[in-house]
Every structure is written in C-alpha cells, then in structure tokens.
Design a binder for this molecule. Structure first.
Ligand SMILES: NC(=O)c1ccc[n+]([C@@H]2O[C@H](COP(=O)([O-])OP(=O)(O)OC[C@H]3O[C@@H](n4cnc5c(N)ncnc54)[C@H](O)[C@@H]3O)[C@@H](O)[C@H]2O)c1
Length: 445
C-alpha cells in the first residue's frame, strides 16, 4: 500500500516523524552542506528554478533537498533505484510540503512512473544519479520506443517532450555510470544540454567512491547476513575507485582479498597493494563472498556460478543490477527461498546453494543506509554548488559533460577541513614562482 497525491507518492506518511529525526541526524554530520544552506537562505540563488532530481532518497538526500529548497528552488525528487528509498525520509519530506515520488520495493514500471512525475515538474535543472532521468527525457524528445518510455508517456499525457528538454538550463550527475552514459550521449551528439559531472570532482571521487562505498558495502553485507568477514575469501571484481575501497575495507576486517580486473594498470595496482589478482574463472572456485563494482554488464555469469562453492554469497555495489547475470542464475536455480529482507537463497540444480543479496542491486543502499553522512556532506556540497554554478552560467556552458570548476572542488575540501578543525599550509611566493618556472633546474655550486 502506498499513498499517492498530486505532489507525492510515498509508502506510509505516518513514518514522517522517524524520517525527520533521520534527516536531522544526517544534518548534524553534514556541516559543509549546512554552511552552504545558510548562505542559500540569505541569497536565494536558486529562486525561480524548478529542479527535478532523481537521487537515492536517503536521509542525506533529505538534507540536500532542504538545502535546495532553502535556496529558493522548487524541488521534485524521485528515487534513483527501486530498492534504495528510505520510506521514512520520503514521508518526512512529503509531510513538510516537499514533492517526492519514491518508495522502497517498487516495480520497474512504478520506478519509471516516478521518473515521469519528476519530469512532469517541467524542470529548468535536472539532478541525476545514473542518468535514468536524463536518458528518459532524451528518449522522449527523440521519440524513442520502448515499454519504459510508454509508461512515462502515459503519465506525462500531452506534455511536449521537445519543449520539456529545451527548457532545461543544465544538469548534474552524481555517479560514474551516469557520467559514462552521458559521455556516450555527448559523443553521439545527442545530449541537449550541459551536465556537470559531480562524480568526477576530486572532493567527490576520492572520498565517496572508495571511502563511502568501501565502508557501506561491507556494512550492507553485514546487516543483511551478520556474516563474519574475518578469514573469509572475498573476491572484489573491478578495482576502480569503488572496488579499491571495498577491497581495502574487506582486508581491514580480516578477509583474504582477491581482485579481478580487465584493465592491466588497475590489476597491477592491486598487485602492488598486496592483493591476489586472478581471472574470475579461477577466483570462482575459492571465493566465499563475491562483490562486483565494475559499472559493466554480465560480469558474474553462469559459467562462474557453476564453479562456486556451496554457500557462496553474491552481491553488487555497481550502479545497476546487471553485473551479476540474474537470468543465468535463474537458469541454474532449482528452487529459491527468501531468507530475510535482503537475502535470497538459490538452490542450484548442481545441489549447491548461492546467496544473492538485494536482487543484485546496490548492496550498500538496499541492505544498508548508503554512505555515511560525513561522506555525503562532500558529495552533496559539490552538488549544491554545482547547481548554483549551472544557473549562474546559464547559456554559457557547452552542451556536453562539464567538469566541476576546480574552485568549487577545492572550496569544498577546504570547508570540510575547517569543519574538522584542521588547517593546512599555503604555498609561499617563491614556491609558487618555482613551480611556475622552467628555467630553474640542477644548480651548479
Ligand atoms: N554503491 C554505491 O554507492 C556507488 C558509489 C559510487 C559509484 N558506484 C558505481 O560503482 C561502479 C564503479 O564505479 P567506479 O567509480 O569504481 O568506476 P571505475 O571506472 O573507477 O572502476 C571500474 C573498474 O571496473 C573494471 N571493470 C570493468 N569491466 C570489468 C569486468 N568485466 N571485469 C573486471 N573488472 C572490470 C574497470 O577496468 C575499472 O577498473 C559504477 O557503476 C558506479 O556508478 C556505486
């Protein structure tokens, strides 16, 4: 049962008081975002903007939503994954008059209906996590076919898709997979407005992806299973920003970690950081826990599943639920049983069992609460400042994927250090001159 009105679609409005406390808890750990909010309250830089945001509806997103609204924006939020919405937070935002479309456990059709409601807001700015909202908007404008597009058209009724996309000034994108998709759109010349790659800002990518996902992925696995990590044979597939953080945290908890990669440089880096590196065909024979973090499709396939030990656990921390090939798992499965809210036991035809967490969706958000608030403080500070920058730069940005300005990136890092009570050194005049010079080298005494 869900509650649907003209401006929200949430699971249960009575969860609002708990959601409010959750958002307040997050805010206590997000001082940089709160400092930005304070300025936004005074300056109202987002006044008159309609923002449609497709983000994981977590308590930290609640804090970001309040910041954008305080900045003057009319915000409509939808979830960016069928399993990641924290229903308490959605209820709290709705009770405060916010417009939010998302609930945990929605079907794919309901997921796209929520995206459609976000688009019906007729945005001037989009915020996305994974690029589903932006790609849907573009598919509509290019009159693409497909069941999800039909679902969206039904909700949008007569709205003119070309006009919808023309009215968007700019957008932001939160994650690696979204940026990859947007770059593909830009390369094909189909991206119709500039989008700022929040994911690629250093103050996001060096902390959110490895540190945030590292901790929250292990936390998600532990919440779903209460399994002991120490002594386990953990296989991390994809040793990029996210995978390297997961590998490090798994090792920190006492696991023996194997890394699987396709990129020789990344694989070599894993070797030099002390991990065993193997192809998945080999690691499949000994792993206890398999964690994908590649942003790629069909990474763990039937041929690997057949080799896995009885009781092996499979989960994913990449953006979409395509990394573990679920159709292959279904084909191998004789019977399945749901163990708890997040864990499904697949009894295979070969008489072994495999456990799949969160239906192969983001384990840290579906089984846990996502990244710690302190980490999202950085990511969402970059988001808020990028939206402000996008609006100030209206009409001046190229229709492509734009980097976050260095000044914003560094300002957020400085603010975070400040809120942690830390200060750093500054370059002296002669150091700046030295670094800018090409004439000074080996000196003859
Ligand atoms: N769970 C979360 O909260 C969260 C947070 C941030 C990013 N993400 C997602 O995690 C995924 C990875 O992001 P990232 O920033 O680490 O990207 P990245 O590009 O830094 O790393 C991906 C790595 O996977 C490797 N890879 C690709 N295909 C592979 C295959 N078939 N087998 C083995 N390795 C393979 C690549 O070589 C690369 O090293 C993306 O989908 C991203 O959107 C999730």
């Amino acid at each position: 049962m869900t509650v649907k009105t003209a401006d929200h679609w949430v699971k249960d409005e009575s969860l609002a008081p708990k959601g409010r406390l959750m958002i307040e808890w997050a805010e206590e750990h997000m001082p940089v975002l709160l400092a930005i909010r304070k300025r936004f309250e005074k300056e109202k830089p987002l006044e008159g903007q309609r923002i449609s945001a497709c983000l994981h509806v977590t308590k930290e997103t609640g804090a970001l939503a309040r910041t954008l609204i305080q900045g003057g924006a009319e915000l409509r939020l939808c979830g960016s994954n069928p399993l990641s919405t924290q229903d308490e937070v959605a209820a709290a935002l709705a009770r405060d008059g916010g417009s939010v479309f998302g609930f945990r456990g929605q079907s794919a059709k309901e997921y796209y209906q929520c995206i459609a409601h976000a688009l019906a807001h007729e945005p001037t700015v989009t915020m996305d996590d994974g690029a589903d909202l932006v790609s849907t908007l573009h598919k509509l404008a290019y009159r693409e076919q497909g069941s999800e597009i039909e679902t969206v058209r039904e909700v949008l009724k007569g709205l003119d898709a070309e006009k919808l996309v023309e009215d968007v000034i700019s957008g932001t994108e939160e994650t690696t997979t979204g940026v990859v998709r947007l770059r593909a759109m830009a390369a094909k010349g189909v991206l119709k407005y500039p989008i700022i790659a929040v994911n690629d800002a250093q103050s996001k990518n060096l902390f959110d992806n490895p540190v945030g996902t590292g901790q929250s992925t292990l936390d998600g696995i532990m919440r779903a299973t209460n399994i002991l990590i120490a002594g386990k044979d953990v296989v991390v597939i994809g040793y990029g920003q996210v995978g390297s953080g997961i590998a490090e945290r798994a090792r920190g908890l006492g696991a023996k970690v194997t890394v699987v990669e396709v990129n020789p440089v990344r694989a070599l880096r894993a070797v030099m950081f002390g991990y065993r590196v193997e192809p998945l065909s080999k690691a499949s024979e000994h792993g206890d826990i398999f964690i994908t973090a590649t942003g790629n499709i069909n990474v763990i396939r039937g041929e690997h599943m057949k080799e896995m030990k009885d009781g092996a656990l499979l989960c994913n921390s990449g953006h979409f639920d395509v990394e573990i090939c679920k159709p292959d798992l279904e084909k191998l499965t004789a019977r399945k049983e749901r163990i708890n809210f997040c864990t499904e036991k697949h009894m295979l035809k070969n008489n072994r069992s495999l456990y799949l967490l969160a239906e192969g969706r983001l384990v840290n958000l579906a089984c846990g609460e996502g990244h710690p608030s302190e980490i999202m403080d950085l990511s969402f500070a970059i988001q808020a400042l990028s939206v402000e920058y996008a609006i100030k730069s209206a009409g001046k940005l190229e229709r492509t994927v734009i980097p976050v300005p260095k000044e914003i990136d560094e300002r957020v890092a400085h603010l975070k250090l400040e809120t942690m009570g830390l200060s750093i050194d500054r370059l002296t005049e002669d150091q700046m001159e030295y670094l800018a010079s090409w004439t000074t080298g080996t000196e003859q005494s």
